[in-house]
Design a protein around this ligand. Sequence first.
Ligand SMILES: C[S@@+](CC[C@H](N)C(=O)[O-])C[C@H]1O[C@@H](n2cnc3c(N)ncnc32)[C@H](O)[C@@H]1O
Length: 381
Amino acid sequence: MSTYLYQEHRQFFAQHAGGAEEAAAAELKELGAHSIQQGHLGYYFKADPEILYRIVYMTRISTRVLAPLIHFDCHSSNYLYKTAQQIDWTDFLTLTKTFAITANTADSQLRNSNYAAQILKDAIVDQFRETYGERPNVNTRFPDLQLNLYVHKNRARISVDLGGGSLHKRGYRTERVAAPMQENVAATILRLSEWDGNQPLFDPFCGSGTLLIEAAMKQTHLPAARFRSKFGFLRLPDFDPTLWNQIKTDANRAVISLPEYQISGSDIDATAIQAATTHLAMLPDGKNIHLQTQDFRSIESLNHHCIITNPPYGIRMETPQQTALLLKEFGDFLKQKCTGSTAFVYFGEPTLSKKLGLKPDQKWPLRTGGLEGILCRYPLY
Ligand SMILES: C[S@@+](CC[C@H](N)C(=O)[O-])C[C@H]1O[C@@H](n2cnc3c(N)ncnc32)[C@H](O)[C@@H]1O
């Protein structure tokens, strides 16, 4: 067995969404990572296996955690193929295991990410074919081994994706709704809000319940990857199953209960509330989160609350005029009916924050699924 890059340096890379830099670094530190250094949309960090398993199991903010195998200059597809063949892929795969590749190329001779992924795939399957006459299959949905190829300025890095796919897929989202918020973005918003459970939390546009669920998971210390069944680190040649079981058992035992009425939400759309109810049922104390189908205009008051929400931003049926009017009315609601509360409002489109008619005392740009969104904080007196 060769020595791979991550084994030499015990260095890994955690990716995050644009705007989540501060939250991601703070969380990595909290989980025990050290020597944290900023890279492009992510952090290099060092960790021993115990901390590493913990980070993959617990991170709410990072979207991927990668273990680099090899790093090399790469000016052509031919060179990518040859170098990838130097890895002994039987260290990670057998004929009965499946794999998939995510690739990103930027400012490089190899321009096309899909083509680069194809070359890496060919290098792997050809190596197996030469030895065994057969090859492992690709499974893009539930692979046993998820690889990541990153080529930037003609430097390539091949890594194992330790979560086995993007970590924003927690496993609780079973129902489809329009415009749901990405789980790791919701977790970042919660972290930025510094909500600590002292004031009740309410989301008046809760949709499928992402903010409520992430708040409950955080509050009860439920590991973010509790519902995931596959992890990429299981395929590492030095994977330690006893240590992993210990980490998982300890983390699951640390879960605490959620008091009733600490977290609640509502939405005008009964289908969205149905989806949120189904998602919440996955959580140990999901029944303690109160949901209601209602227009925010019919909420009597939300005094002394932490309001965290993501109002519509016009990508469903609403016209820009309807969205502007709704936001103005929501701004009035916050001013008139939410004394002593703090509102954190995430706008999928930054200019929409102006429609609320309130001045935020803090703003955080936060990108999600191609949207240049913004989180604004409003202290309400
Ligand atoms: C951007 S989505 C929220 C998505 C949510 N964060 C999630 O993760 O699923 C906005 C939500 O506002 C709801 N909505 C629109 N008008 C409303 C109103 N007048 N009162 C309450 N909810 C409303 C929509 O039904 C939709 O679910």
